[in-house]
Write a protein that binds this ligand. Structure first.
Ligand code: HPA
Length: 268
């Protein structure tokens, strides 16, 4: 199926980007920055799972950013939508098959670390996989990568160093943190957040980790940025809502776009 998707995509665009960007909930604004755009709805690509979550567009966008070829995945599949783990990582595998070597993931996350603020960006330095699944389970496809891939530099140290430099240049505060992935779709309880804090998590979300595992399996270099769309459950005496997540995403969009525009040329 990946081969069919690859053939279809290559027939739709002459662009051959080395870098891919995955946009999370409410963070779609970046795609509008691309010129010479070719938009390919996921529904047209053989085998691609449709994005069903509100705030996710559901298309691949090829284009140029000041001459740099880039492909954007606007919308992604989540485990909580009922997709199997290997379906969740299908898009990243297809991107690798069309030549993408560096992956920049963005997501909306809840802030567990009390030093974070709603609306801030955080560089993911590492993750804790609490999804209860792994996209590599099952017979290993040796064509994609090794059976037991190393994860000790899953979020490329070199990419993070570059990202911190870009953030400093732009006066963007960019702390690093550990991202805990929960299945969702219910938000966490305050007790779960206290547990996550105790085991070393700074952020919590429902995405990214399957794709990062699959990308590392294939030898791609990964950078991941969380937008702290809300402080996690129990931090403040207020309820969490998807509306707050989307609203904060929109508030932060300008800063994220500025950051990505400066960052991407430095990663290739
Ligand atoms: N928890 C889990 N996922 C999230 C959150 C949260 O608080 N905010 C945005 N995505």
């Amino acid at each position: 199926m990946i081969a069919e998707a690859r053939t279809y995509i290559l027939s739709r665009t002459p662009l051959r980007p080395l870098i891919g960007v995955v946009l999370g909930s409410g963070l779609g604004a970046f795609a509008a920055e691309l010129t010479e755009r070719v938009e390919i709805p996921y529904t047209e690509v053989p085998g691609w799972p449709a994005a069903t979550a509100v705030g996710h567009a559901g298309k691949l966008i090829f284009g140029k950013l000041d001459g740099l070829e880039v492909v954007v995945m606007a919308g992604r599949a989540h485990l909580y939508e009922g997709y199997r783990p290997e379906r969740v990582v299908y898009g990243v595998r297809v991107l690798r098959s069309v030549g993408v070597r560096a992956l920049v993931m963005t997501n909306a996350a809840g802030g567990i670390n009390l030093e974070y603020e709603r609306g801030g960006l955080v560089l993911i330095a590492d993750h804790i996989n609490l999804l209860g699944s792994n996209p590599l389970c099952g017979p290993n496809d040796e064509e994609l990568g090794p059976c037991f891939p190393d994860m000790s530099d899953a979020y490329s140290r070199e990419f993070r160093r570059i990202a911190r430099g870009v953030a400093t240049d732009l006066f963007i505060h960019l702390p690093e943190g550990v991202y805990a992935a929960m299945l969702g779709p219910s938000y966490e309880t305050p007790a779960e957040i206290r547990y996550l804090r105790a085991i070393g998590a700074d952020l919590v979300g429902m995405s990214t980790v399957p794709e990062v595992i699959a990308a590392n399996h294939m030898g791609m270099k990964v950078l991941a940025i969380s937008c702290v769309t809300n402080m996690a459950a129990g931090v403040f005496p207020q309820k969490l809502s998807h509306e707050e997540v989307l609203e904060t995403g929109e508030m932060v969009a300008d800063m994220l776009v500025r950051f990505l525009k400066a960052l991407l040329p430095r990663l290739v």
